[in-house]
Design a binder for this molecule. Structure first.
Ligand code: ACM
Length: 513
């Protein structure tokens, strides 16, 4: 009897202990990270982030203070109590400590995250690397906790760095306009998955979205509508600078795109003199492409472009200016080549490197130019022969405006349907014959907005595909496979819910409840 009751007691104890250990996960190797890090080693113990945890920043690394506050806010948001940030000249004995590497063992954007029982240390190869270490640390925490629950981080080490230096998405704010607030929320998403570039498609047939002080009618007229005839909108230069600054705080570079010589109806409606016949075009709110063009032989065209590139470049600290160049079906081939060559000279004059959709490979490629592969492998190969790098965005894999399947209400399907496995399961360096990894600038997933009218719809098309694109840009091909990835992704459903993200519950992902 006695023995039996002892066993029963042990059973109860094991049950309680079991329940406890299930809740308090102390195996870092079991944590689901996206993008998948280079290496994770677990030491099986626990660091307890209690209300007295402080985030320390190594003296002199000023930009780290912003990142430290970002981390302190994120922990505070979860626990409901505030976390202090302090500057120190030496590593503390306990707390969370951010520093930059003293040697060059950690590459640019790389980091080493070391989690002990008393001290968490994040050492960045640079400030961006330190920020990515913070994002990894945040992924060790649960999506939500109940009041009073301990916040436990499993101990061990993560060593990490990205494969590609350009990891981005594109947002089309021309077909439908998105407010500064919406764009900032999108930037938060990118930062979470260590993406570093937001390409903004600022102009198209249906709308001109960026204030150009020397050509004010672009926003007054060209910014006044959108697809479907809504009121459109635009960013003042101050608002655009605010987006650029917010992005920079999250280590994200804005690549501005002014699409030309086609996709220019909004500009042609704003200024009569830009048209070959001197007559202003009507505003356009449909979704056809390929009918508009700048006149390649009018000098005013280049005066206009010079002003636009000068003003936009002055607002954009990043290295790139995207000149569009796609689907210029209303421009004669020779005019197109002449036009793109002249515009490349203007972009270079303002100190920027060129990116253009793959059609621009038909022109000369100036030094440092990149061709964005979206549809045409031949164009892309031509660009490679001319010395350009390739930004990889195959429409059939990477266009986030493509429907998930034929039942998806939003989106288009001209490039096919893109379920979450199809979006994930491909390699950037094999999309075009003879491409080498060194020729790939990086990976970008565009979101065109013909059918996407608000943030809620944006989220639905972006999630859960976006984390997969982030991983394609960050993690080596040989370390990725769909069957393993889908299990990690399944654990992010709770995070999406906690963030209020409207996401597509793909039946291919075994979502964790
Ligand atoms: C494109 O999708 N027209 C680049």
């Amino acid at each position: 009897m006695r023995l039996r009751s002892q066993f029963m007691l042990l059973g109860v104890f094991l049950l309680m202990f079991g329940a406890c250990t299930e809740k308090v996960q102390t195996d870092l190797a079991k944590t689901a990270f996206i993008p998948k890090p280079v290496s994770v080693t677990a030491t099986g113990r626990a660091f307890d982030i209690n209300s007295s945890s402080t985030v320390f920043v190594h003296e002199g690394a000023d930009h780290l203070v912003n990142s430290a506050k970002f981390l302190a806010d994120a922990i505070g948001h979860l626990t409901g109590s505030s976390v202090a940030v302090e500057t120190v000249s030496d590593a503390p004995a306990k707390g969370i400590y951010l520093s930059l590497t003293a040697d060059d063992k950690i590459p640019a954007e790389g980091y080493k995250l070391s989690i002990g029982e008393k001290l968490i240390s994040i050492e960045g190869g640079d400030e961006a690397g330190c920020f990515y270490g913070i994002q990894t640390l945040l992924q060790t925490l649960p999506a939500t906790i109940t009041p009073g629950e301990k916040l436990i981080v499993p101990t061990g080490a993560v060593s990490d760095a990205p494969v590609y230096s350009y990891r981005g998405v594109m947002l089309d704010v021309a077909r439908h306009f998105f407010s500064v607030k919406d764009v900032k929320r999108f930037i938060d998403f990118l930062a979470e998955y260590k993406m570093n570039t937001l390409h903004m498609h600022l102009t198209d047939d249906q709308g001109w979205r960026i204030e150009i002080k020397s050509w004010p009618k672009l926003i007054e007229v060209g910014g006044s509508t959108e697809v479907g005839g809504g009121k459109g909108g635009f960013y003042t230069q101050e608002q655009y600078k605010d987006i650029v600054a917010y992005a920079a705080e999250h280590f994200i570079t804005i690549v501005p795109e002014v699409d030309m010589p086609g996709h220019t109806n909004a500009a042609l409606a704003s200024y009569a003199e830009l048209n070959a016949d001197g007559k202003a075009r009507d505003l356009y709110t449909g979704i056809d492409v390929g009918f508009s063009t700048f006149d390649a032989h009018k000098e005013v065209t280049y005066k206009f472009i010079d002003d636009v590139v000068r003003e936009v470049s002055a607002l954009s600290p990043g290295p790139y200016f995207h000149l569009g160049g796609d689907e210029s079906h209303a421009t004669k081939h020779d005019d197109y080549v002449y036009f793109v060559n002249r515009v490349q000279g203007i972009v270079q004059k303002y100190g920027k490197q060129i990116i253009g959709w793959d059609e621009i490979a038909n022109a000369d490629m100036v030094k440092g130019a990149a061709v964005q592969f979206w549809a045409d492998a031949e164009n892309t190969s031509l660009g490679l022969e001319k010395g350009a790098k390739v930004l990889v965005s195959p429409a059939s894999r990477a266009y986030m405006d493509m429907k998930y399947d034929t039942t998806t209400v939003l989106g288009l399907k001209w490039a096919g349907t893109i379920e979450v496995d199809h979006a994930y399961d491909w390699q950037p360096d094999t999309v075009v014959a003879k491409l080498t990894k060194e020729q790939v600038l990086g990976v970008e997933a565009p979101l065109w907005s013909e059918t996407i009218t608000n943030l809620n719809e944006l989220e639905y098309m972006v999630f859960p595909r976006l984390p997969g694109y982030a991983e394609i840009g960050w993690t080596k091909n040989e370390d990725r496979n769909w069957d393993e990835y889908k299990v990690r992704l399944s654990k992010f459903g709770k995070r999406f819910e906690a963030q209020g993200v409207n996401f597509y519950r793909s039946p291919l992902v075994p979502w964790e409840e």
